[in-house]
Write a protein that binds this ligand. Sequence first.
Ligand SMILES: Cc1ncc(COP(=O)(O)O)c(C=O)c1O
Length: 382
Amino acid sequence: MPDELVPLPAGFDRAVEFPIVRRWTFLNHAAVAPISARAAATIAQFAGEARDDAYLSGRWYERLEAVRRRAADFIHAAPEEIAFVKNTSEGLAFVANGLSWRRGDQIISTAVEYPSNVYPWMDIAARQGVQHIMLPEENGRIASAAIRAALTDRTRLVALSHVEYASGFRHDLAELGAACRQRGVLLCVDAIQSLGAVPVDVQSMFIDFLSADGHKWLLGPEGAGIFYCRRELLTTLRPEVGWMNVVNATDFDHYDFTLRPDAKRFECGSHNVPGLLALGASLELLEQVGQPVIQQRLRGLTDRLGHGLEQKGYRLFSSRAAGEDSGILSFSSPRHDHGKLLAALRARKIIIALRAGRLRASPHFYNTAEDIDRLLEALPNN
Ligand SMILES: Cc1ncc(COP(=O)(O)O)c(C=O)c1O
């Protein structure tokens, strides 16, 4: 049997921090996660301030800068390298639409990306004569060597999800990023399936651009995310321009179209203040729990599930190799209809998902061994 889970931090009451546990066995954080209780309280506080005082008492924009610092720390970036975005797609679009492409440039990606990391590159390929190469998955993995072997003198950008949404496969970004940097190839990462679940370090992973909304492993609401742009590249991306991207944005009466030198040059107008403040509250919670505890618990929970599933005759699809695992476990039944299984689980208040024709469970750190056992008990043998 897999090792014991490390305990949740002293004083951490999961039913208080995540009241959803009282109603559901929620194992679907790779879809849309519950927001933490403190994120919900932050939104309620914002609503009260906005109702009673408009923007006069909340010091919202100062608080947003604290969120920006927290988000930067979380990925080992500087606050000047972080822009707030409305979703992952917006950050990826900043890169796709902001780089000046040359006919014949190559974009290397995989054939198993979530569509948000496919269509922007297809769009650029169609409009700019760029080649979009999608490398296949083999047995739930995309070998790092295959990606490195695909790099040529024409390769301009590698576009990857750090963790692939359907298989849960985690790319070795440190190795790939080093190879890209050495060849002058840009690395653009969709981190929505990794940030909050596995460590992300933009420096040691040689990441040039990263985008992630907060509504999965970061336990924030939809519509509030972060975009990272490596400092040296800030001026190479042409931003979408509005009133806020400029140095004297609040001097409304004097037009001065000088773009800001930092990543705020990508923020064109007013922000999703409640969403971003709530994201900040969940980031604080994740920091307090700590990456080692999150990592160990996710590994323990997915190991326990994988072990139990194999005993019941299910086929595991996700790689369990160290460094290739994540919070996602993808599996299939050789005998039962997956749609019917999903519905039967839901009737028992257990939530997982169906992706790429397989079942996908995605517990977070606050789930327990009992949650996993409830899922296992509810699944029929094969
Ligand atoms: C890998 C990946 N990227 C992006 C998204 C969502 O994109 P957005 O934040 O733009 O809605 C998902 C959602 O499932 C995803 O799995």
